[in-house]
Design a binder for this molecule. Structure first.
Ligand code: TMP
Length: 203
């Protein structure tokens, strides 16, 4: 049986990365073949350009950086497909939904933003770690990277709303770390057995 493709999305400070790591560890401890995948993957050629853009050491046109984020996903697709076919469950920290939400929040056309990612692998579930901006700020404020600003993050949240459908599962990220972890693990454990790997996101 193939593995599940599980995407985790959320605004900055929602605890997403920590929870993704913990989820993978927990699944492995329960004997599941699970692996963490993170976008952007900053190790590849496109990833290095994205990294320098995010750290504000380079500037790129908004459209160009959007396409780079998408390319960074496309170049990983064959390998991810192969892993899923081998039975690996993939926990994916950010995906095309972040791609659209962040670029649309900057003012790019929402439909244009979806275009480059049309046809990517379709996740079996998207978990959204939900946290209000006030709660996010209580966690110590935002970092130094380009998008870590309150106004932009508020707009990102609105764009995420437009992308949600009934395959998404909301997780209240204001709970304790243990409660969030348990909620995520329950969602994963309740997923139905997956069918064949599906390409064709947003088709
Ligand atoms: P990270 O903090 O999860 O590494 O993500 C880096 C930043 O890049 C974060 O602010 C969200 C943003 N982003 C996009 O703008 N487009 C994308 O396609 C992805 C995956 C992330």
């Amino acid at each position: 049986m193939r593995g599940h493709l599980i995407v985790v999305e959320g605004c900055d400070r929602s605890g997403k990365t920590t929870q993704c790591e913990r989820l993978v560890q927990s699944l492995q401890e329960h004997g599941k073949d699970a692996e963490l995948v993170k976008f952007p993957d900053r190790t590849t050629q496109t990833g290095k350009m994205i990294d320098s853009y995010l750290k504000q050491t380079s500037h790129l046109d908004d459209h160009a950086i959007h396409l780079l984020f998408s390319a960074n996903r496309w170049e990983a697709m064959d390998a991810l497909k192969e892993k899923l076919s081998q039975g690996k469950t993939l926990i994916v920290d950010r995906y095309a939904f972040s791609g659209v939400a962040f670029s649309a929040a900057k003012g790019l056309d929402f439909e244009w933003c979806r275009g480059p990612d049309v046809g990517l692998l379709v996740p079996d579930v998207v978990m959204f770690l939900d946290l209000t901006m006030d709660e996010a700020e209580k966690r110590g404020g935002f970092g130094e990277e380009r998008y870590e600003k309150r106004e932009l993050q508020m707009q990102v949240r609105k764009e995420f709303d437009k992308l949600m459908d009934d395959t998404w599962k909301m997780v209240d990220a204001s709970q304790t770390k243990d409660q969030v972890h348990t909620a995520m693990l329950t969602i994963v454990n309740e997923l139905p057995a997956p069918g064949p790997v599906r390409s064709g996101l947003w088709k």
